[in-house]
Ligand binder design. Structure first.
Ligand SMILES: [Zn+2]
Length: 318
């Protein structure tokens, strides 16, 4: 039986049909616009339309269980979605409504968990037992995969490193606290740091180019990224001691995160005399979300709550 995965994004909904015997390749991939401004019922209708298109295109029948990557978080206690940047989804019983509309069991996880699962199974982190997948871009999300399964956690927040506090940092965060990792090393945080030093609003890729050409404030901004990333990820390593950390998102494209000096910046804060953790670039690109969603439906969930995998973070990527 084929696996169906659907990645629900802010502007598009992508679906894929995957052969479980060759799970690293999609039999078919299609997308439709989300059009969330037209309301919740319309978004559900778009997903139903997409699944019907997948059936026609692949010549397969929808399986009894479909995996969904969602923005925001499904609260494990009350079962409704929150913190979605597609606001029409907030407060809705998305999992139940999808299941009813499609006549299937719907399993959900947020985008960072889907990313982590796909990279751990088929991408940069394959054949490692504990993999942390980070989406370090507009925000700082993360997911933890242990033995090929997403670690969800009691509150659905496992892997939420972006809201750990950083020493000496006080920038207010949308989550209501201050000095969170996300306020220090997300793309917007790095751009803000550069702007405060130079008075110039410049996008991150340009800051990276300026640093390479020797511009001091740009270089200082990237040195700050290195040292703060080291401190932030060391807190994760001290708890989980993962085999690999896969770094997605726009900030994850920056070369210095993978060099020896960054490894040294991590080691400064790790409770050990060496760090062998692999820091890896993702291999699946845009495909990670929909592959991760499909693989949610592949794992048996006998010991898991039917509540799926919610997170306490708006959907971020890039
Ligand atoms: Zn925060």
């Amino acid at each position: 039986m084929s696996l169906y995965g659907v990645d629900l994004g802010g502007t598009k909904i992508e679906g894929a049909v995957i052969d479980p015997l060759r799970p690293d390749r999609a039999l078919c991939r299609l997308r439709v616009p989300t059009e969330s401004r037209r309301g919740y019922a319309h978004v559900i209708g778009q997903i139903v339309r997409l699944v019907e298109m997948l059936e026609r295109e692949s010549g397969t029948k929808r399986p009894p269980c479909i995996g969904f990557g969602t923005p925001g978080v499904i609260d494990p206690e009350i079962g409704v979605l929150k913190n979605s940047n597609s606001v029409c989804l907030n407060g809705r019983r998305l999992r139940e409504d999808l299941g009813a509309a499609l006549g299937v069991e719907a399993r959900t996880a947020n985008d960072a968990n889907c990313f982590a699962l796909a990279e751990a199974l088929f991408g940069a982190g394959r054949n490692r037992s504990v993999v942390v997948g980070l989406i370090l871009g507009t925000g700082c999300g993360g997911g933890v995969v242990v033995g090929g399964r997403v670690l969800e956690g009691l509150h659905g927040i496992a892997g939420e490193w972006g809201h750990n506090p950083m020493r000496g940092e006080r920038t207010p965060c949308y989550c209501g606290r201050a000095g969170c990792v996300e306020t220090v090393i997300s793309g917007p945080a790095l751009e803000r740091h550069y702007r405060e030093r130079t008075g110039r609003a410049v996008r991150l890729p340009e800051i990276v180019r300026r640093a390479a050409s020797g511009e001091r404030p740009a270089q200082e901004t990237l040195r700050r990224l290195r040292s703060k990333f080291g401190e932030a990820i060391a807190a994760v390593i001290n708890i989980l001691d993962p085999d690999a950390v896969v770094i997605g998102g726009g900030v994850g494209n920056i070369d210095l995160l993978y060099d020896d000096a960054t490894r040294h910046a991590v080691l400064k804060h790790v409770f050990n005399t060496s760090v062998r953790t692999e820091f890896l670039r993702p291999l699946l690109g845009d495909s990670a979300g929909v592959f991760g969603a499909a693989m949610l439906s592949a794992s048996s969930r006998s010991e898991a709550k039917p509540a799926g995998s919610p997170r306490a973070r708006p959907s971020r990527s890039g």
